[in-house]
Design a protein around this ligand. Structure first.
Ligand code: KIV
Length: 260
C-alpha cells in the first residue's frame, strides 16, 4: 500500500476526484485509511466529539493528542492537522505552533482558515517546509457555521481573490466551504491547485465531509451532507438490548464466563 503524497494530490487535479473525510480516533482512521486520499483531523472535533458550542474553544493540546493517534493508524492517507483558533495570529507564532504540531503528531500538513490576509503566513510556513492546506468561504473559526457565501458579487470577487492569493503563496490545496456552485466552479478553474469542497458543489476537485455527519452519528444535517447510514440508531439499539439483558439476567451467559 503506497502512501498518498502531496505530489499525488496535486496530480489528481482535473483528473480524478480527491476523497477526504475527518477522523479524530483510531477506529475511524483505520476505516477511512482504506478509502480516503486525505484524512483531516478537523477542529470540528470540538463540537462533534466534545459538544462544544463552536470550534473556537478547541485547544491545540487536545488536537495534538487526537492527531497523534490518527497519524499512527493512517498507513496510506495523507493526514492534515487543522490548526485551532488563535494559533496562527502571526507568522512566527504560526511557525512555532506548526513545527510543534508536525514534530509531535508527525502529520503531513496543516490547515489554516482565512483568505488573502494569511498569505504572508503561508509563504513563511511553506518556505520552512511545512505543507499548508487553505480554507476559504465559510470560516467556522470566525463566522456562523452554515451561512452560504458568494451570494453577492463583492463577496464572490473577494473569495476568488482569496483562492488565487492562497494558491500563489504556496498552499497545496484549498478547502472551499459553503459557497454557491458557480463560484466554486470559477475558483476551481482559476487556480492550479486542487479545491476540496464542503457544500461547494461537484465542480471542486475533491470533496470533504465530517465523518460523523456521513455515518449518522451527529445531531446536525445541513443540506450539503449526504447521510449514508444511521450509526447512532445502531448504537442505541445495541445499548438498549444490553441494558435489558443485564436487567433480566440474560447477560452474561455461560459463553461469557471464566469457569477456571
Ligand atoms: O474542522 C473540520 O472538520 C473542517 C472540515 C469540515 C473542512 O474544517
Amino acid at each position: 500500500m503506497s502512501r498518498i503524497t502531496i505530489k499525488k494530490i496535486l496530480n489528481k487535479k482535473g483528473k480524478k476526484p480527491i476523497t477526504c473525510l475527518t477522523a479524530y480516533s483510531k477506529p475511524i482512521t483505520k476505516i477511512l485509511d482504506k478509502y480516503c486520499d486525505i484524512i483531516l483531523v478537523g477542529d470540528s472535533l470540538g463540537m462533534v466529539l466534545y459538544g462544544m458550542k463552536t470550534t473556537k474553544e478547541v485547544k491545540m493540546e487536545t488536537m495534538i493528542l487526537h492527531a497523534k493517534f490518527v497519524k499512527q493508524h493512517a498507513k496510506k492517507s495523507l493526514v492534515v492537522f487543522d490548526m485551532p483558533y488563535k494559533t496562527y495570529k502571526n507568522k512566527n507564532e504560526a511557525y512555532k505552533n506548526a513545527k510543534k504540531i508536525i514534530k509531535e503528531t508527525k502529520c503531513d500538513a496543516i490547515k489554516l482558515e482565512g483568505g488573502k490576509k494569511l498569505t504572508y503566513i503561508i509563504k513563511h510556513l511553506t518556505k520552512n517546509k511545512i505543507p499548508v492546506m487553505g480554507h476559504i468561504g465559510l470560516l467556522p473559526q470566525s463566522s456562523n457555521r452554515y451561512k452560504l457565501k458568494g451570494k453577492i458579487p463583492s463577496q464572490r470577487k473577494q473569495i476568488l481573490k482569496d483562492a488565487i492569493a492562497l494558491s500563489q503563496s504556496g498552499a497545496f490545496a484549498i478547502v472551499i466551504e459553503c459557497v454557491i456552485e458557480s463560484l466554486a466552479k470559477i475558483i476551481t478553474s482559476s487556480i492550479p491547485i486542487p479545491t476540496i469542497g464542503i457544500g461547494a458543489s461537484k465542480y471542486c476537485d475533491g470533496q470533504i465531509l465530517v465523518t460523523d455527519d456521513v455515518i449518522g452519528l451527529s445531531d446536525i444535517k445541513p443540506k450539503f451532507v449526504k447521510q449514508y447510514s444511521k450509526v447512532g440508531k445502531i448504537i442505541e439499539k445495541s445499548v438498549k438490548k444490553y441494558c435489558e439483558d443485564v436487567k433480566r439476567r440474560r447477560f452474561p451467559t455461560y459463553q461469557n464466563v471464566y469457569k477456571s
